[in-house]
Design a protein around this ligand. Structure first.
Ligand SMILES: O=C(O)c1cc(C(=O)O)c2c(n1)C(=O)C(=O)c1cc(C(=O)O)[nH]c1-2
Length: 273
């Protein structure tokens, strides 16, 4: 394969195509997160205010599990793009964080325990019966992005994790204050992610800063992060919308077809905040 490299003058774009410095790139990445990260999504805002019903919170836990279980899958797809043993060693730690070193450990197990603390049997999380159509599409979109795009784009998409630790702290405080019906033991997943998310985000940022040298590569990294913000946002849009009519996939003690806010629970004190 031959690659033709055009100078700025040849491509007719002049100085505007000059690469950003690594710090300028970082600033642009942070600006994308500041504008589009899902901490500002109305569903998260309601979660933090304490106004989600039990049914809504269960719907979120069950649907977010679909995202969680696919994180190590997308990380394995990224791993397969690396030909450097040191890179693979570093990235494979993410898979172990989620899958654990042995049965009964790891992030997926901790999310299953969160589900149990909220009254959702683990079999019901595994069998995907609660997964909403929009959540399936958002998660597929992210996995396929990491499958099909170059390593730079796939790693840049994970940079939402730079914003995740603050969100985890807010979430833990909100759960303890507003949703005491969920045993605090169930929050272990979020507690662990404060440190893991920060570390993973910094590691990915170092790689993106080192790899994205041309303006085209830098713009791809920024676009990848924007795409990932859209994945997380779309997931919450779907969770907010609730179950399609006639389906039980988003419903927890609600009539099928009821949307967000219609959390009149069936015999489980659902309306309390
Ligand atoms: O609960 C959240 O808001 C949240 C957000 C994100 C994120 O920002 O991508 C991740 C997680 N959680 C998470 O638990 C997680 O393991 C994770 C991995 C990744 C990733 O893209 O590699 N993001 C996130």
């Amino acid at each position: 394969m031959t690659t033709t490299v055009k100078t700025d003058a040849e491509s007719g774009t002049g100085a505007e195509r000059a690469p950003w410095t690594p710090d300028e790139l970082t600033e642009r990445l942070r600006a994308v997160s500041a504008a589009r990260y899902h901490d500002r999504h109305p569903f998260n805002v309601r979660m933090h205010e304490g106004t989600l019903t039990r049914a809504e919170l269960r719907r979120w836990i069950a649907n977010r599990f679909h995202y969680q279980r696919h994180i190590p899958v997308k990380d394995a797809l990224i791993l397969a793009k690396f030909d450097d043993p040191a890179l693979r060693r570093g990235w494979s730690r993410r898979i172990r964080d989620h899958d654990g070193e042995r049965p009964g450990e790891g992030g997926i197990e901790r999310w299953l325990r969160l589900g149990e603390a909220a009254g959702i049997p683990r079999a019901e999380l595994w069998d995907t019966s609660r997964v909403l159509p929009g959540v399936r599409l958002a998660v597929d979109g992210y996995v396929n992005f990491c499958r099909l795009r170059p390593a730079l784009d796939a790693v840049a998409a994970s940079l939402t994790e730079l914003s995740a630790p603050d969100l985890m702290r807010t979430r833990i405080a909100a759960f303890e204050r507003h949703y005491p019906w969920i045993d605090t033991e169930g929050l272990t997943y979020f507690r662990g992610r404060v440190g893991q998310g920060g570390r993973d985000g910094q590691e990915a940022l170092g790689l993106v800063r080192a790899w994205a040298r041309t303006r085209e590569e830098q713009e791809r990294a920024v676009a990848a992060l924007a795409f990932k913000c859209d994945v997380l946002w779309s997931l919450l849009d779907a969770v907010s919308g609730g179950a399609p009519a006639g389906s039980s996939c988003g419903a927890f003690g609600e009539a099928a077809g009821a949307g967000a806010g219609a959390g009149a629970g069936v015999g489980e004190g659902d309306g309390d905040a």
